[in-house]
Ligand binder design. Sequence first.
Ligand code: NAD
Length: 383
Amino acid sequence: RVSSRLRALAQHASSHRRRVVLVTGAAGFVGFHTALQLHAEGDAVVGLDNFNSYYDVRLKRLRAALLHRAGMRTLVEGDVCDAELLRTILREGRVSHVIHLAAQAGVRYSLKKPLAYVEANVRCFVTLLEAVHAVNNSVPIAYASSSSVYGLNTLVPFSETHRVDQQASLYGATKKSNENIAHVYHHLHKLKLTGLRFFTVYGPIGRPDMAYFGFTQERTLHAPRSPPPFALHAPHLRLMPSQAILAGRRITEFRKDNGDELQRDFTYISDIVDGVIAASRLAAPLEIFNLGNTRPEKVSTLVKCIEAGLGRKANSTRAPITAGDVPLTFADVSHARKLLRYEPKVTLEAGIRRFLLWYSDYYQVDLARDFMPSRKEAHELKV
Ligand code: NAD
């Protein structure tokens, strides 16, 4: 069945002179938004995701349902480490471009489950490069790296020209190894590979393991109410997180040893998607780009934005920075500006507002009165 769908997609794409783009991790946060945008731009998109249970799988199923509703009918449930499946997709789908976003993400989890990172981020990456090399060596691959490759570097803003050899987590080390492996496959086989160092991506239908999502959940009580007019039309897939866990739990703000706050270059999802798609279209021989917002913000600023939206004060406690975390991330994006025409557009306030509008709709949570969306915003939020 997968083969016949892929052949139909390839046929359709070739008769309409469209690209066929394989997006791995398409049920993930960045993959979902990227696939949706590519589909909207007219590319034929094949998704691949193993729907792992690193976080609530219902969120991944929701993204898959939304892609399906948007008209994207080829989301394959499978593993990037499955070499045979990859070769089938590349061959039968006549894939012209790959965007590789599947990975085991998260810095803290890499302390608990180190081998999951070696498997998903290293073994699967090599499996993908081998498959592309075997089926069609000219297919360019844009892959997700991460700001975590900068690790303990103190020279800011972080530039691609900086030497990066001080990762602070295994997650960061696997992402750096992707860049090294990319270099080897380009050198040996002339594969076209572009690494994209994302800086703390956030937005609607995001990842519940990340701070902005966790802070919001911990400050909300989930009183059901009738869905507002801009509700996503997938009520059977609505998440109902445990009220017991969420009600009144304290949020923890991690600090440096000297008490200073951590800072992150929070980057809104639509800016990241623009950068990813531009990189995929450029199809450079071998490149690395930072994709960030260029404005590091204190975590307390993030908390203030969320408080404003929820109309509630956070009940914060402080804790020392955890192992693997770094004090600051700060992107220099001049390289991406020049070659990708990348320009981050969304401020933290505007991005968190959009996240909260989605969140309140989805989880049916009331926001502060002056936070209600304009008609235009409500329309744009319909995925
Ligand atoms: P995500 O966890 O939401 O998405 C990753 C998806 O890949 C998931 O849906 C998961 O099920 C899938 N997956 C994992 N292993 C797989 C495998 N072996 N085969 C098939 N599918 C598999 O994470 P995200 O935030 O969307 O991240 C996308 C990429 O961007 C990842 O490579 C991540 O490391 C990188 N990144 C993300 C951020 C961020 O802030 N979100 C920052 C830096 C880098």
